[in-house]
Design a protein around this ligand. Sequence first.
Ligand SMILES: [Zn+2]
Length: 173
Amino acid sequence: MHEPRSAAAMGAGFPYQLKTMCYIEVGRDGSITWGSDLDAYERARAGESQLYAVWPGEWSSHLFVIDDLDAYARGMGLVHDAERSGLADHEHDVQWAISPYEPNPQASYVAIYVRLDCGCVLRDLYAFAAQMRARKAGTSPSAGDSAPRVAVTACAPVVRALSRPRRTVSEWR
Ligand SMILES: [Zn+2]
């Protein structure tokens, strides 16, 4: 038999949000439940339970102990993590424009290019989408700039966060 491995020891390499990760909560009374909701995190924080994670592999799966709840909270997106996401917790200086490859620029939801002029980098589109949703930062379509752009055409959450129905785009300017 093996001891569970340490999730904390893997640092940022532990994929907390992996969809196939199975989280197990063992209560002080020995009760066992699985899943990962905020309540479980709070119980673990309060010392009422211990969280584990089964990380499925192709040929075998491994059991990890969630031994750094701060890392867990950052990894799960429960708290913002500037280092992991590349995004400072501030009002980003965002330039955006509708993608020239957008097949239907008149649609309610369109693909856009986003550029951050504040020095942040887009490592975590979900974190970015959450920030933008929370702040609804004022942005403006950019034109003719040469800085590298980030295509977000594949990221539905960001597209949802940033592309509004056309009639309300002016509110973002
Ligand atoms: Zn920024």
